[in-house]
Design a protein around this ligand. Sequence first.
Ligand code: SF4
Length: 205
Amino acid sequence: MEVNKIRIPNMKYEDFNDNEYLEKYVEELQENGVNVILGKLSDFINWGRSNSVWPLTFATSCCGIEFMCVAAARTDFARFGWEVTRNSPRQADVIFVCGTIVHKMAPVLTRLYEQMAEPKYVIAVGSCAIGGGPFKSSYHVLKGVNEIIPVDVYIPGCPPRPDAILYGMMQLARKIKVQDFFKLPEQPQISEPKTEDETDEHGDH
Ligand code: SF4
């Protein structure tokens, strides 16, 4: 690869002071057979981020078993750098919401989300997390976690197969790769979960 001009978007070539030095350095490296890749720092960071997404250990019911299968040998999400599950939300990048969330559990989920460091992501796994699933008509079940926290990827199914979960993970990795790391969107405000009375008022029962 021949490098003619060092170019970084949003900064003019002339604005750099060390262009000659940098070009000479690249030339020297190439003469010695070293490959040099130039690119955006954001892309480089995102390459690392998207290949080392650490999930929070969190599950409330059956979809959690499928999540465990994703970690096991057949699906093995370690291939994509996702295997470092964390027990503390402060060390996690993504929360997989696996299972039914009842109104009593909703504030706990919100708190866990709030405790995660930014940038953070949410994957809703299965129909319960997406919209209440088979328990949608129950008075005590949240009709979708997007009522309380922002969701990045939805994985449908009851439960979704491990390969579907893996596919959803890959969608999140794609999303991370195209983000501008230095201009990440602000996290939306967290909504207070609806009380049972409010839920009844809207006829969601
Ligand atoms: S979506 Fe189905 S498998 Fe998953 S937690 Fe709900 S009932 Fe269980």
